[in-house]
Design a protein around this ligand. Structure first.
Ligand SMILES: Nc1ncnc2c1ncn2[C@@H]1O[C@H](COP(=O)(O)OP(=O)(O)O)[C@@H](O)[C@H]1O
Ligand SMILES: [Mg+2]
Length: 267
């Protein structure tokens, strides 16, 4: 069996520049208790970082902060060394709640084309790019449908295609595969990894699925709840490219899984 990676491992990039840097970040919503506390980590360019944690521990809050939709109450959130003040095209987000993420009056293709209308003014070129992305997400048959005519999983795939069309420097993904059936989920995991590797797109991927976190990630950050804090960070020592069957059978995969499972169960 040859799983040995030939491509340079982006995470080994102790030398790769830092894309995102959080310094002792805390978030408190108005009049409440802190949701996130003392969160510090860096994400290097090209790295695939998974974040797991129990429901309500502040994962979505953390991602919204990285997107610039929310400012930290204390500490600093930096992108390229500059404070993240507002949303930017360079940082694309795929929302957990897909029901409000698409424009209802636009078709699948129309939604995916959105980010391209400024950057690709030539319609034929844009249409070709949209068709390619729609195809990658397995939605060619539904290209002319409107969001209300799609299942949750299909709406989520449109969101992902739109995110990819932006060609962002960083993809921020909030449990993007939660609404998908197992087969589609595995296909899209592999598609996403390939795309991220091809473009060396930095990715922060939130999931509550431990196996998904390990399978995709160069590193996994585990959050604990009340308040959300970093419980542990693990380096995923699995070669790339990864494979749905062999990677998941690798003793190192199983060891990571046991370790994280114990951690989230509080042992
Ligand atoms: N806009 C908001 N205003 C007040 N509290 C919020 C808001 N958004 C989230 N919360 C609270 O913050 C905590 C973390 O929420 P969230 O970031 O959505 O967690 P997760 O994504 O890990 O489930 C929860 O207790 C939630 O109720
Ligand atoms: Mg959430």
């Amino acid at each position: 069996m040859t799983l040995a990676s030939t491509k340079a491992d982006p995470a080994s990039g102790a030398s790769a520049p830092v894309a995102v840097s959080l310094r002792k970040v805390g978030v408190t919503y108005a009049m409440g208790r802190p949701v996130l506390e003392d969160i510090s980590f860096d994400v290097r360019e090209g790295e695939f970082l998974s974040i797991v944690g129990p429901s309500g521990c502040g994962k979505t809050t953390l991602l919204r902060m990285l997107a610039g939709l929310l400012r930290p109450t204390v500490g600093e959130a930096l992108f390229d060394g500059q404070p993240i003040m507002a949303p930017s095209r360079e940082r694309a987000i795929v929302f957990q709640d897909y029901t409000n993420a698409l424009l209802p009056w636009r078709t699948v293709s129309g939604n995916v084309a959105l980010a391209l209308e400024k950057t690709m003014p030539v319609k034929a070129e844009r249409d070709a790019r949209v068709a390619q992305l729609v195809e990658k997400m397995g939605l060619s048959h539904a290209a002319d449908r409107f969001p209300t005519q799609l299942s949750g999983g299909m709406q989520q795939r449109v969101q992902i295609a739109r995110c990819l069309s932006q060609e962002p420097r960083i993809m921020l993904m909030d449990e993007p595969f939660g609404a998908l059936d197992a087969m589609t989920r595995q296909t899209l995991q592999d598609e996403l990894m390939a795309l991220a590797a091809e473009r060396r797109t930095t990715t922060v991927f939130i999931t509550h699925d431990l196996e998904e976190a390990i399978y995709l990630g160069d590193r996994v950050i585990v959050l604990s709840a009340n308040p959300g804090r970093i419980a542990q960070t693990i380096e995923v020592e699995l070669p790339r490219p990864r494979h749905q069957l062999t990677t998941r059978e690798d003793p190192r995969f199983l060891a990571h899984r046991h370790h994280l499972f114990g951690l989230l169960q509080g042992h």
